[in-house]
Write a protein that binds this ligand. Structure first.
Ligand code: ADP
Ligand code: GLC
Length: 501
């Protein structure tokens, strides 16, 4: 009898297994197929982290022609159908090509007319119909494959029409049972164009072109705005940014819309894939390292970086990296105005990025003016990025706004100390160094002013040149900091369970 009671108690103690959730990710880029920035990293890493937490994940992407042939060759044909899109009822081919890799199923939506330009993004007149097609075709493909997920997780404006199509043209079809989450990675891009044209491109009914959904102003419609209204839940990529975008400065015209929907808005900070970014096995690094030998090995990586880039070879110099899209978002006007004051004979600056021509040219100018101390790599190059993360002492991220930012996370994971502005995810992930308690992960400044950036860089240099022991402790502390997806993937999973108990 006593034994039976004990046995019953034990069964009661065992927690019920949580139900397995299935999720379809819909977005416009995903490493290693196509990546222009952090969205591509998240679309790669978060599904993997969710699979490790007992979720089923399918990732739906456009089959751009620019996806490297080695991946195209491995795709398997899953089917095809025709779908109407524009208001005139014209029909378009939708092919589904599948690629299963490392537990994740990738389904590529195929259509030559929309996806054959060299770059994923070109201009709004091409991109808005392209991503209307993609959003609708993704839902139609899920119905076609009879894969009905619990959650449809959409990313940025390119997939923002998914929740609207789901609740209008797809109402009453199997896929309509799914709940939707729309994640804002960058509010700067919204998909805004003349309303009658958007109405034609999307074929959506008049009821969604009202001021509380897609209508932006007298003349324009806004795809992201509509998606935010129709999504069951909105997330963005850090808690601070979730608050910032409800203010006029960071809200990019949608702050009042976001305040209205604040009850369903959450901030969940990004992580990085620690297998993709692993300094102890990184084949792109001249010398691999971990926390135990980072100080010595970083010197080797620094010398190799200097050699590769034609900089003066000296392991005692302070090397500052900057890896970034060269756009207004990233605080490059601050960098440009203080660069001459940073170069003092003991400091080198390495820039890797492409983007707006005025920044590209400014950095080219500085490379020329400070040969041997400044190197500007105006290109997109994954291998070089790894070398810079591994061989620099510090990494600059002085952004005007930064939803999350991944470069500061990668930098810390590689023992490279970030120098950042306290905004968005930078504020949430980099704890400022405190010289009294000897705590913190990097150097920070608050107002968007060049003098404050220079001051932060100088504080970093002072610690590096005068208290190297403390600097080295920070390097090790940064490498040990948890920047993985584990905790944040768990938060997304809880959100999925909340939406589909
Ligand atoms: P954003 O998405 O705003 O561009 P993030 O910091 O979130 O900024 O992500 C940037 C990603 O793109 C990082 O993985 C970074 O290493 C990578 N990256 C940016 N510019 C380049 C470049 N020129 N070459 C290689 N990788 C780059
Ligand atoms: C955007 C943001 C960046 C963020 C990335 C991934 O591109 O600019 O801050 O890290 O998306 O979420």
């Amino acid at each position: 009898m006593a034994e039976k009671i004990v046995a019953e108690q034990k069964t009661q103690d065992i927690p019920m297994p949580e139900p397995r959730r299935s999720v379809a990710f819909i977005g416009s880029e995903c490493y290693p197929f196509v990546k222009t920035g952090g969205l591509g990293d998240v679309m790669y890493a978060l599904p993997k982290a969710l699979i490790a937490q007992n979720c089923d994940v399918k990732v739906i992407l456009p089959r751009y022609r620019c996806i490297p042939q080695k991946f195209q060759d491995k795709m398997i044909y899953r089917g095809e159908f025709w779908m109407d899109l524009f208001a005139d009822g014209r029909r378009f081919y939708v092919g589904i090509m599948e690629y299963v890799w490392d537990g994740v199923v990738y389904d590529f939506i195929d259509n030559e007319e929309f996806f054959s330009s060299g770059n994923p993004y070109t201009n709004l007149v091409d991109d808005m119909p392209k991503y209307s097609f993609f959003s609708k075709a993704a839902l139609a493909a899920l119905n076609y494959m009879n894969w009905i997920p619990d959650i449809i997780h959409c990313h940025d404006w390119q997939a923002a029409l998914v929740p609207i199509y789901l609740r209008t043209q797809f109402a009453g079809t199997p896929i309509a049972g799914a709940k939707t989450i729309l994640t804002i990675h960058n509010l700067r891009f919204q998909g805004i164009y003349w309303l009658p044209t958007v109405q034609y491109w999307t074929g959506l009914p008049g009821e969604v072109f009202t001021i509380d959904v897609m209508k932006q102003s007298y003349a324009d419609a806004n795809m992201l705005k509509g998606g935010l209204a129709y999504a069951d839940m909105i997330t963005t990529v850090s808690e601070t940014y979730a608050g910032e975008i409800q203010t006029p400065f960071y809200g990019d015209g949608l702050d009042s819309h976001l305040r209205h929907h604040a009850w369903k808005l959450r901030g969940i900070v990004n992580g990085i894939d620690c297998r993709q970014w692993d300094s102890s096995s990184d084949e792109k690094l001249p010398a691999v390292y971990d926390c135990s030998n980072v100080i010595e090995k970083k010197k080797e990586n620094k010398l190799a970086l200097q050699r590769a880039l034609g900089l003066r070879e000296d392991e005692n110099l302070f090397v500052i990296g900057l890896i970034s899209r060269l756009t207004d978002q990233k605080g490059l006007d601050l960098v440009n105005s203080i660069l001459p004051a940073v170069i003092d004979g003991n400091t080198q600056v390495v820039v890797l990025g492409t983007g707006d021509v005025q920044y590209e040219n400014a950095f080219r100018y500085y490379e020329d003016a400070y040969r041997g101390s400044v190197c500007s790599c105006i290109m997109y190059d994954e291998a070089r990025a790894h070398m810079i993360y591994g061989g620099s002492d510090a990494l600059l991220v002085p952004s005007l706004f930064e939803p999350c930012g991944l470069t500061q996370l990668i930098a810390m994971h590689y023992g490279t100390v970030p120098v950042v502005r306290e905004t968005g995810g930078l504020k949430d992930t980099v704890q400022p160094y405190n010289q009294f308690t000897n705590e913190g992960n990097g150097f920070t400044f608050d107002r968007y002013e060049a003098g404050l950036l220079l001051d932060a860089i100088n504080r970093a240099k002072t610690l590096y040149f005068t208290e190297r022991g403390r600097w080295d402790e920070m390097v090790r502390r940064d490498m040990e900091k948890d920047v993985s997806w584990d905790q944040s993937a768990e938060r997304y999973r809880q959100l999925y369970l909340e939406l589909k108990p």
